[in-house]
Design a protein around this ligand. Structure first.
Ligand SMILES: [Zn+2]
Ligand SMILES: [Zn+2]
Length: 116
């Protein structure tokens, strides 16, 4: 029996086997991260050059969050099914019986066409 006999070095053997199994997983993960970085790089560079864009984007998302979800009854615009984004848009409330109801921009637009 040599010192390299797996039976003599069970932990080392297990560790090496695990490393062999993980190499392709780590490689795939790195490829995904590299692709993501390549995709996001123009946006990250633009954000670094112009921080005001990030502030504007954040303010827009916070405004959307404050409005909440679209409460459109989408069956009421049958000519435009499946357009709802689900997210309320600033300034797109429609008043029903005196109550402002949050709408997403596409649903709001569809109802404007219907009312026209
Ligand atoms: Zn709708
Ligand atoms: Zn909607």
């Amino acid at each position: 029996m040599s010192a390299h006999d797996p039976a003599q070095q069970p932990l080392t053997h297990t560790f090496n086997r695990l490393a062999q199994l993980l190499i392709p997983v780590v490689r795939t993960h790195l490829q995904t991260l590299t692709a993501l970085h390549t995709e996001l790089r123009p946006f990250l560079e633009e954000a670094a050059r112009n921080p005001a864009i990030v502030d504007q984007w954040r303010a827009e998302r916070e405004a959307e969050e404050a409005l909440g979800t679209c409460h459109c009854l989408c069956g009421a615009h049958p000519d435009a099914p499946g357009i709802c984004t689900g997210t309320g848009a600033p300034g797109r409330d429609i008043v029903y019986n005196g109550v402002p109801v949050t709408h997403c921009a596409p649903c709001w637009q569809a109802k404007q066409w219907q009312l026209a």
